[in-house]
Design a protein around this ligand. Structure first.
Ligand code: B12
Length: 257
C-alpha cells in the first residue's frame, strides 16, 4: 500500500524543468503510517504503470496544460485498482471534469495539505467523498480559531463563508481605485448598481473607523475636543457640551446604505 504523487507530463526531458512544489507539500502532509510517498515527476521520467498496485493511493496534481495527461494517468491507475485522487488548480476549477474524464474517486478543491490525511483515511476505509472542499474547511477552521480568540464575535464567525472572499475583493479593489465597471466585470455582476454596494460599504467602514479614531482622541485628550469638532465640521452645543461623535450625521451619507 503505497502513496504515489504524480506530476503528469506528456514529455519527459530527463532533467527538472519546473518540478512543482505541491509534490513536496503533499509528501510532507502524508502521515508517517503510509510510508514515504513515491514521487513521480513525469517531466523527468514517465510513470511506469506496473509500479502501481491494487489498493495504492495515487494523487495527481493538474493545471490546465497537463490535465489531459493527468486524466490518462488516472485511468491507468484506476485500472490497476488504485485509489485515484486529483488536486491542483485545474481540478479546483473543474472538479466534475476530473471525476468524469480522469476516473477520479475523489477531487480536492484548494489546498490539499490541510485535508490530504483525511482523504487518504477515507480511501483506506473504502468510502471517500467525491469532493473535498479544502478552502471551505480551512475557512471553517480559521473561523473557529478566531471565535475562540474573540468569543464576543462567535455569532459572526459562525456565519463564515468563502463568499467573504468576494466581498473582500470587492471592497479592497474599489477602495484602491478600481473603476466600478471593472470591478463589476471581475465580480460578474449584471448591473453596476450591485457592485456599487461595495463602494458604499467601504465608505461606511472608513466612517466607522474615523468615528472610533475621533472618539479615542477625545477620550485620551479632552483638550482635542475642539480639534475633533472642527474635523467633523459641526458646532459645539450652546451649553458647551460635546455632541455625540457620529460622523454619519456630519458627512451627509447614511452609513447603512
Ligand atoms: C509559482 C508559479 C509558477 C512557477 C512554478 C515554479 C515551480 N517550480 O513550480 C513558474 C513561474 C515556473 C510558473 C510557470 C507557469 N505557470 Co504558474 N503559477 C505559479 C503560482 C504563482 C504558484 C503555484 C505554486 O507553486 N503554489 C504553491 C503550491 C504548494 O501550491 P499549489 O500548486 O496550488 O498546490 C496546492 C493545491 O493546488 C493542492 N494540490 C495541487 N496538486 C494536488 C494534487 C493532489 C492529489 C491534491 C490532493 C492536492 C493538490 O494542494 C497543494 C498544496 O496545498 C500559481 C498561482 C497561484 N497563486 O497558485 C501560478 C499558476 C499555477 N501558473 C499558471 C500558468 C498558466 C503557468 C504557465 C503555463 C505560464 C506560461 N504561459 O508559461 C507556466 C506553466 C509551467 C508548467 N509547465 O507547469 C496558472 C495556471 C492556470 C491553469 N488554469 O492551469 C496559475 C494558476 C496562475 C494564474 N492564475 O493564471 N508558474
Amino acid at each position: 500500500m503505497a502513496v504515489f504523487l504524480i506530476n503528469p507530463s506528456d514529455h519527459s526531458f530527463g532533467t527538472a524543468v519546473i518540478t512543482p512544489r505541491w509534490l513536496y507539500v503533499l509528501a510532507a502532509a502524508t502521515p508517517l503510517s503510509y510510508g514515504d510517498p513515491v514521487i513521480v515527476d513525469e517531466t523527468l521520467e514517465a510513470l511506469v504503470p506496473s509500479t502501481i498496485q491494487s489498493g495504492d493511493f495515487v494523487g495527481i496534481g493538474i493545471h490546465t496544460g497537463n490535465a489531459l495527461r493527468g486524466y490518462e494517468v488516472g485511468r491507468l491507475a484506476r485500472e490497476r485498482g488504485a485509489w485515484v485522487v486529483y488536486g491542483g488548480i485545474h481540478a479546483t476549477l473543474y472538479p466534475e471534469e476530473a471525476l468524469e474524464r480522469g476516473h477520479a474517486h475523489a477531487v480536492v478543491k484548494g489546498d490539499g495539505d490541510v485535508i490530504w490525511s483525511k482523504v487518504l483515511q477515507a480511501c483506506m476505509q473504502g468510502s471517500p467523498d467525491k469532493l473535498y472542499e479544502a478552502i471551505k474547511r480551512f475557512f471553517a477552521n480559521a473561523a473557529s480559531a478566531a471565535a475562540f480568540e474573540r468569543p464576543e464575535l462567535r455569532a459572526t464567525f459562525a456565519t463564515v463563508s468563502t463568499h467573504w472572499l468576494r466581498h473582500t475583493f470587492g471592497l479592497h479593489s474599489i477602495a484602491n481605485g478600481m473603476a466600478l465597471a471593472t470591478a463589476r466585470n471581475f465580480l460578474g455582476h449584471k448591473d453596476v448598481a450591485t457592485t456599487s454596494v461595495y463602494s458604499t460599504e467601504e465608505i461606511a467602514q472608513q466612517y466607522r473607523e474615523l468615528d472610533v479614531f475621533l472618539m479615542e482622541s477625545t477620550l485620551q485628550d479632552p483638550s482635542r475636543a475642539l480639534e475633533v469638532e472642527i474635523a467633523q465640521g459641526r458646532p459645539k452645543r450652546s451649553n458647551g457640551s460635546h455632541p455625540n461623535l457620529d460622523t454619519r450625521n456630519l458627512i451627509g451619507v447614511d452609513a447603512q446604505t
